[in-house]
Design a protein around this ligand. Structure first.
Ligand code: NAP
Length: 261
């Protein structure tokens, strides 16, 4: 797949990214079907397949159960072949989420992420919003901690996985990358994508397949066509642990992008 710029960060990403929630967490998730976490072999094969298909972007978070730990164990020398996006702010423990957007917690989380992923840098770290985007950006230390972490060379880019238009617009103004929701049933955040395109900021799309509620190949194709018709999209992050879905997602997205070219 042809790589695209992640806004003005200098980072190049594949238009399809691999979401890794399902590698590490199967509690308190909103997917249509319950699932077992994949075996180590299955994860290794999924990552190898993703690379072979031209995907270079992995989206993870400390709140995704053992996702980071498993990636850290498996990436090894291949780490530099990947662009890794991680998060700060959400803590998932004993089956429940809580949030901490303080400066200290943000720094400690990124330092721990580096250890868990066995790397010395993370390409992009996003604040994992609990829905109160503006209050987090205005009143908490997370955003300034990310700037300091960038200056220390521990992260290359920063942003927020936001949930509101006002928050998304602020992220576009002040940060490098916004992760926003867009799918055939939900277009409220389109003004954020428009602003990001105008200001050359990176845009990652989450929940583009409605967290697995799309139906069949036509539904997936339509979803890709819808998302990639919007301005400024760098990459759509799709979570899957099914190699057949991964293959067909790449094929369908290629068709959509070639049709649009
Ligand atoms: P999604 O990508 O819209 O949907 C993922 C679901 O779609 C999985 O259950 C997957 O099941 C299914 N799927 C994938 N390809 C399919 C296909 N070809 N046919 C049928 N089903 C298919 O939504 P998401 O997982 O909620 O979000 C994507 C990623 O964005 C996550 O993995 C995560 O990295 C990130 N995210 C971030 C936040 C945040 O607040 N920061 C929130 C949500 C998500 P199979 O495993 O069976 O393929």
């Amino acid at each position: 797949m042809e790589l695209r710029p992640l806004g003005s960060t200098g980072i190049m990403v594949s238009p399809l990214g691999l979401g890794t929630v399902k590698l590490g967490r199967n509690q308190q998730v909103k997917y249509p079907q319950a699932f077992e976490l994949p075996s180590d072999n299955a994860v290794r094969e999924l990552l190898a397949l993703a690379r072979e298909l031209g995907i270079n972007l992995l989206d993870t978070a400390p709140a995704y159960g053992s996702s980071q730990q498993r990636l850290g164990q498996m990436l090894g020398a291949q780490r530099k072949d990947w662009v890794i996006v991680s998060k700060v702010g959400e803590i998932f423990e004993h089956g429940e989420s809580r949030f901490d957007f303080s400066y200290e917690h943000t720094v400690a989380t990124v330092e721990q992420t580096l250890k868990t992923l066995k790397t010395d840098y993370v390409d992009c770290v996003l604040i994992h919003s609990d829905g109160n985007d503006l209050a987090i950006l205005d009143n908490q230390g997370a955003a300034s901690a990310l700037i300091d972490l960038k200056q220390r060379g521990l992260i290359r880019a920063h942003g927020m996985s936001s949930k509101t238009v006002e928050g998304g617009l602020r992220v576009v103004r002040d940060m490098d990358v916004v992760m926003a929701t867009c799918n055939v049933d939900y277009n409220d955040e389109l003004p954020v994508l428009q602003a990001a395109a105008e200001q050359h900021k990176g845009v990652l799309i989450k929940k583009g397949l409605m967290s697995g509620h799309v139906q069949g190949e036509d539904g997936v194709r339509q979803s890709f066509a819808h998302v990639f018709a919007q301005p400024g999209v760098s990459s759509m992050i799709v979570g899957t642990i099914n190699p057949d879905h991964l293959r067909s997602n790449v094929r369908l997205l290629q068709q959509v992008l070639e049709g649009a070219a």
